[in-house]
Ligand binder design. Sequence first.
Ligand code: ADP
Ligand code: MG
Length: 703
Amino acid sequence: MNLNNPVTYIKGISVARAELLFTELGIKTCNDLLHLFPFRYIDKTQFYTINQLQQNSAEVQIVGKITGVKTVKQKRGSRLVATFSDATGTMELVWFKGAKWIKDSLKVNVPYVIYGKLNWYNGTPNMPHPEMETVKEYKSKLQMAMQPVYPSTEKLSTKGISNKVMRTMIQNLFQQAYTNVEETFPYYFIEKHQFLGKKDSLLNIHFPKNQELLAKAQYRLKFEELFFIQLQLLQKKLIRKSKLKGFVFEQVGEEFTKFYNNHLPFDLTGAQKRVLKEIRKDVGSGAHMNRLLQGDVGSGKTIVALLTMLLAIDNGHQATIMAPTEILATQHYNGIIELLEKTDIKVELLTGSTKTKKRREIHESLEDGSLHILIGTHAILEDKVQFKNLGIAIIDEQHRFGVAQRKKLWEKSPSDGRAVPPHILVMTATPIPRTLAMSVYGDLDISVIDELPPGRKEIKTVHRYDSNRLGVFKFLKNEITKGRQAYVVYPLIQESEAMDYKDLMDGYESISREFPSPKYQISIVHGQMKPADKDYEMERFARGDTQIMVATTVIEVGVNVPNASVMVIESAERFGLSQLHQLRGRVGRGAEQSYCILLSSYKLSSDGKTRLQTMVETTDGFKIAEVDLKLRGPGNIMGTQQSGVLNLKIADVVKDSPILHIARKAAINLLQEDPNLSKTKNSSLLKSYEKLKKTSGIWSNIS
Ligand code: ADP
Ligand code: MG
């Protein structure tokens, strides 16, 4: 039987069941069902007697007979209760659902094997909704020492597709279609990696003969899944590099050299130099650059961006930086005009609030080429904004820009038939763990600034319980006396916005009491304020008119007040790790020792504890991101939402990262040897690859 047939071809799958499988699990074809992998296995080699049962949550297997069945009326409907006995005792089996048809199927005084979790009531066990088979049935399948447990849903189990039914369906599938399972890897490849064959892998993933074969089957199938994804990402990169032309910035010219030698306010760190070299190699190659630049807050990405733009200008091109907010764009603008003060390079700022007259000037000077660098927000993406010759677009904080918006950047220079897109450099301060970066951005080039400029003092982080708040206030007073400023941040989580708002206001009041005016001045900023009021308060704080900024997380992005040296985070246990890290990055920007104080209640979940501990232990954004990934899984990490790492059927990019590395290496080797998979020996690979590409559009548009 063809594996592409709908599941109704399988014995035991009615149209109704097929529909359920589709709506509940997305399973349509036999092949889909074949790739519904168990998420755990039950070892049924162990039996218990009734007098051995313990009060724990483990699932147990017992042999015995049903000696009586009764229906017990209850408030709503009724429940079915069977008395079950073995030589050592008696217990009850209970059904709350499906009582009628179960009652008809139960055989009294026939030996059964039952399996399930126990409920304890007044010291005696009962088993709700046991899985059961007659001993006769059980023996006929005894070869299956380890039994698969499949993903299920409430609806599936109430509509009678229990795990046992699922198992039977898959058994039938194997009987009908096993011979049609094709090997996806060529023989030489299987031999080289010592894989189990595809057929054996599928058989053992569903019905493992023993632990060892199960491990081999899992390894092979995980590898295969990760391998094809890597192959696709790497091939995309290869195509981009070989087919997509980019402007060549071949010379390091006057502007770059002049600036580097005369105006650079500090020596570059080793990491900055390395990244710059990586970028120069890219933009000199003739291929299009699509590079992700990762570097923690304060690692000095801006100067790298600026030097890259100078390179473009030296080669007759214009450059642009786009930031997600007006505040950030303005900060970039101010920083960059200061750095370029003694040069002739023209820089302008374009945001939503740029006046019409200024706008017109900018449009004109962009088109006639007299404007070299444009810094701005989304406003840059408007169609009216056209460059004479845009050579590079730099995007700060990439995850706030969608794919469509990035595409727009490609069309910013006049289409005179050459259709060469500007180089793209995406800068992000959200560290992406290596394994995740590999699976999500595997087709991009990645540069990492993993070194902070010298002389930075590490931010001291402590965790305190709410009851220590007075001590924290005292510390704040001390710092303020020394001339410093402080943030006090409250969580704002949408579900309970009203309550959070109250927390913020209560907090503001108690801080106002503790820090009375006129000696102390306090700013407050939150989401319910008008933008203009927010800006006003932020400016007061930035100028040093106020010493304390009480805020919700709106300050996460874009505030730069070097004199602020204390960050107090209230209810810190309610923040995610990356958010805590971002918030902490608001301090430690000046010469003074900075502090981060995490306040929490005594009631901490184990994840909450881990988060706070991690913050106290390290300031390394990559380490924090790794922990975050482990705690939350890839689905909740920035930037992964549109990628396929969430749709993996068997592999897990976190837990299986060793396999991921091997698979990526294998894909690299393969493409080096046979970039188009056109060699005969790779024909089976090509075939599987093509098939996969057709069915999974998930990788099409990440970059
Ligand atoms: P980010 O990576 O967060 O964008 P910035 O580029 O804003 O970081 O740099 C943070 C601060 O560090 C700026 O004040 C910048 O002038 C300074 N800086 C950057 N590189 C160096 C360096 N190599 N040596 C000393 N200071 C540096
Ligand atoms: Mg920055």
